[in-house]
Design a protein around this ligand. Structure first.
Ligand SMILES: [Cu+2]
Length: 292
């Protein structure tokens, strides 16, 4: 095995890892539904599929454009990471603030991306890129199978987590209702969220009475884990300058992005523990436990 092929195989592994991370993010409701209007998940899926195709091609082929595609994948992936962390919006996703706080997934993606760029760039040095012996097709097939198992298999592995939380939170008795900040409207419940409202409280208008409060401050929910009685309306208030949002793991409630001072309310009419995260910073997590 020559140096060029080793460089390409290690780069292919790095790119495959990046693709798997993006697939994992796709099954993370906070990223997939980072924007209420745009399906950010499509760009995550596209990234994962592209990573799978490019990594298999890199194992089997040494053409310059295959290696260039690998570099292009890594550069554009890191580029989007940088772009969204600079306050810009990509497919409806924005990091939403000037704070540089990459998630563990983002850190891993950047590291493997840099590895892929360096190795593939090195493969353009003629001394390192001696011609391959003809590739054994079984080897290419095995690489393709590994990529397919990693991408499709892990897809299946991660689905039950979403399904589980949906099961746990599916209303069995009176369905959940959503209330506007004015407390006026209720939306007859269904697991699909319809018509929830988040409001910008310009003058600091008091949220509807009787709700339990969760403040969002310093990129954390407080209280992180809240227990309420059935029928309680919980009010989240964003005290940070950065935008945050509330996204139930089962997506039974999803707020718009909340600017500083904005509130979001949801009435819990079903027993259970409801995990949620911030759609912009998915490492921000909390739970609401509802007991009759
Ligand atoms: Cu946030």
């Amino acid at each position: 095995m020559n140096t060029g092929r080793i460089l390409r195989i290690v780069a292919a592994a790095a790119i495959l890892i990046s693709g798997i991370v993006h697939l994992d993010l796709y099954f993370n409701a906070g990223y997939r539904f980072a924007s209420p209007d745009v399906n950010f998940g499509r760009s995550l899926l596209l990234n994962a599929i592209g990573a799978g195709i490019i990594s298999v091609a890199l194992v089997g082929r040494r053409e310059w454009f295959v290696r260039a595609a690998g570099i292009g994948y890594a550069v554009s992936t890191i580029g989007v990471f940088w772009y969204t962390h600079a306050g810009n919006t990509f497919f409806g996703f924005s990091h939403g603030g000037p704070v540089f706080d990459p998630s563990p997934q983002a850190q891993l993606t950047v590291i493997v991306g840099v590895i892929a760029i360096v190795l593939l760039a090195a493969s353009f040095i003629p001394a390192l890129d001696t011609a391959d012996a003809p590739m054994d097709l079984r080897f290419v097939g095995a690489a393709g199978a590994i990529a397919a198992i990693a991408l499709i298999g892990l897809t299946i592995k991660w689905q039950p987590d979403d399904a589980k939380s949906v099961d746990a939170a599916t209303p069995t008795s009176p369905a959940s209702t959503e209330t506007t900040a004015a407390g006026a409207t209720t939306v007859p419940g269904q697991t699909t969220v319809v018509g929830e409202t988040s409001t910008t409280v310009a003058g600091g208008a008091a949220p509807a009475a009787g709700g339990d409060a969760v403040s969002i401050k310093d990129f954390a929910f407080a209280a992180k884990d809240l227990s309420v009685a059935k029928g309680t309306t919980v009010t989240w208030t964003n005290a940070d300058t950065a935008k945050h949002s509330i996204v139930a793991k089962d997506t039974s409630f999803v707020s718009d992005d909340l600017v500083q001072g904005a509130t979001y309310q949801y009435t819990f009419d079903t027993d259970g523990t409801f995990a949620y995260i911030c759609g912009i910073h998915p490492y921000m997590a909390g739970t609401i436990t509802v007991a009759g």
